[in-house]
Design a protein around this ligand. Structure first.
Ligand code: GAL
Length: 632
C-alpha cells in the first residue's frame, strides 16, 4: 500500500513537472547543496589517469598555503584512475593502493579512501571522487594504454555504478566520507560492439543508450531514470543533502534541460582542453542557458584550464579571460592544473577576489547576453544589492585575435541612460570612472574586461524578470522536437581531425526560453514593436518566477513574436500567482499588436507565466514574447 502510494506520488510529480497547469509551488528540488557555484581543484586536466595520491596532496597543500582555499577553492577531487577492481565475492570496490598508499589498510584488510578524506578534511578542505553511471568508466575506453586501469575479469573491471548503485554510494559517502561525486556517462555511450575494446573481447558490450551527436538515437528517459536512482541513493545516505553531485554527460541526451533536477551541476559540453577555441566552445554551451541555473543548480562548462597551454604563463590575458567568462556565467570553478608547478601570476589570477566574488555572488544569477556578434559579446549579471543599491557585473569579451572596439550602453545594463553609472575594474580592483549613456572601450585580442557597475535602474520601480534568471524555473519549455543548438562555436575537438564531415551542432536545447531574446536567438518583436527587455519562449510553456517580497505588480506586453515559425495557431497568455489565475489575454494570433497584461502581486510569492496554444500549427512552434516582463 505504502509502495503504491509512493509510486503514484512519483508518477504524479514527474507529470506535474511538465504540465501546463500552474502548480503554485516552486518545483525545483535541489540535489545536494551548493548555494553558490562549487569551487575546488580536480586531477583530470592536470594529470589525466596518471594520478597519484602524492600529486593530489601536493596540489591540496598549495590550495591551502597560497590562500586559494581561503578564496573559496575547497573541494579536492580525484577524477578517473583511482580504482583497482570490483571484488567478485561481495562487489566491494578496491583502491589502487600502489597509487594511493594511504588506502592500504594492511594485509587482509579492505582498502579504504577514508584516510585520504580524513587528511583532506583535516586541512579544512572537502573531498571529491569520480565514478560512472554505467558499468565501465571513460578511461577504460579512451586511455586504453594506461597502466592504471582496473584489472581482472570482466566483472572485476566493471567499476561503474550500474548494478551497484546503493552499495557504491554508501561506500563513497558513508564509509569513505566524501563530499562530492562526479558521475560520468561513458558506460552508456562507449561500449558498443563496434568499439575496438569491446570487439576485442576486453569489455562486455553495452548497447549505447547515449549516442553522441544524435539526440534522437539517445535514450533520454532511460538516462534520467538511472540518475534518478542515483539521486535517491544519495538521499538515503546523506538525507541532509550535504554533498555535491556533478552530472557528467557532456551536454548530450538533452541534459542541459533536465540536469537541474538530477544534479547540483551538469556538464553542458564535451571535454575542455587547453586550446582557446575549445574554451570558447564550452563557454557558448552555457551562455544561452541562463534560465536553467540558479542557487543550488549550476550549468557546468567544465573544469578550468588556467595554468595550461593557451592559458599558461605566456598567456595571462587568456587566463584572465577564461576565469572572467566562468565568473560571469556563475560556472563551477574547478582548477585543473598542477598547482605544485604554477607561477605566482597564475595563482593570483585564480584568487582574484573581486572576480571570484562575482562568480560567488549570493543572488546566484547567471549573466545574460546583452550584446552578441560572432566576434564580440557583452554579458550582464545581476548582483545581490549592496550598499550601492542596484549592482551588475558586466563582461566585454573580444573573441578574436585582433583588437576590437566595444560600446557599452546604459541599456545593456538596464540602467538609466541619463544618470551616472560607476564602473569598478574587477581585475585591477580599482574604480574605473563613471559614464552617462555610453562608453567606448578597445580590447586587446582575446581579452575580456570585467567590471561591476552601479547606477540607477532604468525602471523607476522594480526590475525586469529577464535580469534575474536564477529566480526562474522552466517547468515546461514548449519544445516538441529536440534540435541541436546552432549558436555554439564549432571548434575542432582536441582528439579530432578534419578527416570527417565537420564539427556539427551537438547539444539539444535549441528553442528553450531566453532572456531578452527569442528562443531562436532573434530580437524580441511583436507586430514590429521591438522589445530590448523581456522573455522569449515557445507556446505551451510554463515558467515559474519567484518574486521578491513586497512586490506589487507584474506587467508585460505580450504577443506572438514576429519571428514565429507557426503563424496559424492562436495562443493565450496567463499569469498565475501562488496557484490562482490572476490575469489572462484570451486568444491572440500572429501579427496582432502586443497586449498589455498586468496582475496584482500583493501577497504573492510565486508567479507562473503560462502560454497556452489553441490547436496545432503545421508550420512549427509558435514563438511568443513576454515583452518588458517586469515586477514592480
Ligand atoms: C570524461 C569527462 C572528463 C574526465 C574523463 C575521465 O568523460 O568528461 O572530465 O572525467 O572522462 O576519464
Amino acid at each position: 500500500m505504502k509502495l503504491l502510494a509512493l509510486s503514484l506520488l512519483v508518477a504524479f510529480s514527474a507529470q506535474a513537472q511538465q504540465t501546463l497547469e500552474a502548480t503554485g509551488r516552486w518545483q525545483h528540488r535541489p540535489v545536494g547543496t551548493a548555494l553558490t557555484p562549487p569551487m575546488g581543484w580536480s586531477s583530470w586536466n592536470a594529470f589525466r589517469v596518471d594520478i597519484t595520491e602524492q600529486k593530489v596532496l601536493d596540489s591540496a597543500k598549495v590550495i591551502v598555503d597560497s590562500g586559494l582555499a581561503k578564496a573559496g577553492y575547497r573541494s579536492i577531487n580525484i577524477d578517473d584512475g583511482w580504482w583497482l577492481k570490483r571484488r567478485s565475492s561481495d562487489g566491494r570496490l578496491l583502491v589502487r593502493t600502489g597509487l594511493f598508499p594511504s588506502a592500504d589498510a594492511g594485509a587482509g584488510k579492505d582498502s579504504s579512501l577514508r584516510p585520504f578524506t580524513d587528511r583532506i578534511h583535516a586541512m579544512g578542505l572537502k573531498a571529491g571522487l569520480y565514478t560512472d553511471i554505467g558499468r565501465n568508466a571513460c578511461s577504460q575506453a579512451y586511455d586504453a594504454d594506461s597502466p592504471n586501469l582496473p584489472e581482472g575479469t570482466h566483472a572485476e573491471r566493471e567499476v561503474g555504478l550500474m548494478g551497484f548503485m546503493k552499495q557504491d554510494v554508501a561506500l563513497f559517502f558513508g564509509e569513505w566520507n566524501f563530499d562530492y561525486l562526479k558521475v560520468d556517462g561513458c558506460g552508456l555511450s562507449s561500449y558498443g560492439r563496434e568499439r575496438p575494446h569491446v570487439a576485442s573481447g576486453q569489455y562486455r558490450e553495452f548497447k549505447p543508450t547515449i549516442v553522441e551527436g544524435s539526440i534522437n538515437q539517445s535514450d533520454i528517459e532511460g538516462t534520467k531514470k538511472l540518475y534518478a536512482g542515483l539521486r535517491q541513493a544519495l538521499h538515503e545516505v546523506r538525507p541532509r543533502g550535504d554533498y555535491v553531485l556533478s552530472v557528467c554527460l557532456w551536454g548530450t541526451v538533452n541534459v542541459r534541460s533536465w540536469g537541474q533536477d538530477y544534479g547540483t551541476m551538469w556538464r553542458s559540453s564535451r571535454d575542455i582542453w587547453k586550446g582557446f577555441a575549445q574554451m570558447v566552445h564550452n563557454f557558448d554551451t552555457v551562455a544561452t542557458r541562463e534560465f536553467y541555473a540558479g542557487p543550488g543548480r549550476w550549468n557546468d562548462p567544465d573544469m578550468l584550464e588556467i595554468g595550461n597551454g593557451d592559458f599558461g604563463d605566456a598567456h595571462l590575458t587568456e587566463a584572465r579571460t577564461h576565469l572572467g567568462l566562468w565568473a560571469i556565467v556563475a560556472a563551477p570553478l574547478m582548477i585543473g592544473t598542477d598547482l605544485s608547478k604554477v607561477s605566482p601570476a597564475i595563482i593570483d589570477i585564480l584568487k582574484a577576489p573581486e572576480v571570484v566574488a562575482i562568480n560567488q555572488d549570493p543572488a546566484g544569477h547567471q549573466g545574460v547576453l546583452a550584446y552578441a556578434d560572432s566576434d564580440r559579446q557583452i554579458l550582464v549579471k545581476t548582483l545581490a544589492d549592496g550598499p550601492e543599491g542596484n549592482r551588475k557585473a558586466v563582461l566585454l569579451f573580444n573573441r578574436t585575435s585582433a583588437p576590437a572596439k566595444f560600446t557599452l550602453t546604459a541599456e545593456h545594463l538596464k540602467m538609466d541612460a541619463a544618470a551616472p553609472i560607476a564602473l569598478r575594474d574587477a581585475w585591477k580592483r580599482a574604480d574605473a570612472g563613471t559614464f552617462v549613456g555610453k562608453r567606448e572601450f578597445e580590447l586587446q585580442a582575446r581579452e575580456a574586461l570585467l567590471f561591476t557597475a552601479s547606477g540607477k535602474h532604468a525602471l523607476s520601480r522594480g526590475y525586469y524578470v529577464s535580469e534575474r534568471p536564477g529566480s526562474v524555473y522552466v517547468a515546461r519549455d514548449g519544445i516538441r522536437a529536440l534540435e541541436q543548438d546552432p549558436v555554439v562555436y564549432r571548434a575542432l575537438a582536441s582528439w579530432s581531425a578534419t578527416d570527417n564531415g565537420g564539427t556539427r551542432p551537438a547539444y539539444a536545447g535549441w528553442g528553450g526560453p531566453r532572456a531578452d531574446s527569442t528562443p531562436y536567438d532573434q530580437a524580441l518583436s511583436v507586430q514590429r514593436r521591438a522589445f530590448r527587455h523581456g522573455i522569449g519562449v515557445l507556446a505551451d510553456s510554463r515558467l515559474q518566477v519567484q518574486v521578491a517580497p513586497g512586490s506589487q505588480r507584474f506587467m508585460a506586453s505580450v504577443g506572438v513574436d514576429d519571428s514565429t515559425r507557426g503563424k496559424h495557431a492562436a495562443v493565450s497568455f496567463e499569469v498565475w500567482g501562488d496557484g490562482r489565475r490572476l490575469a489572462s489575454t484570451g486568444p491572440m494570433a500572429f501579427d496582432q499588436p502586443a497586449r498589455e497584461l498586468g496582475a496584482d502581486l500583493r501577497g504573492v510569492a510565486l508567479v507562473e507565466l503560462v502560454v497556452r496554444q489553441h490547436g496545432a500549427d503545421p508550420a512549427g512552434p509558435v514563438v511568443v514574447t513576454w515583452g518588458e516582463a517586469r515586477i514592480e
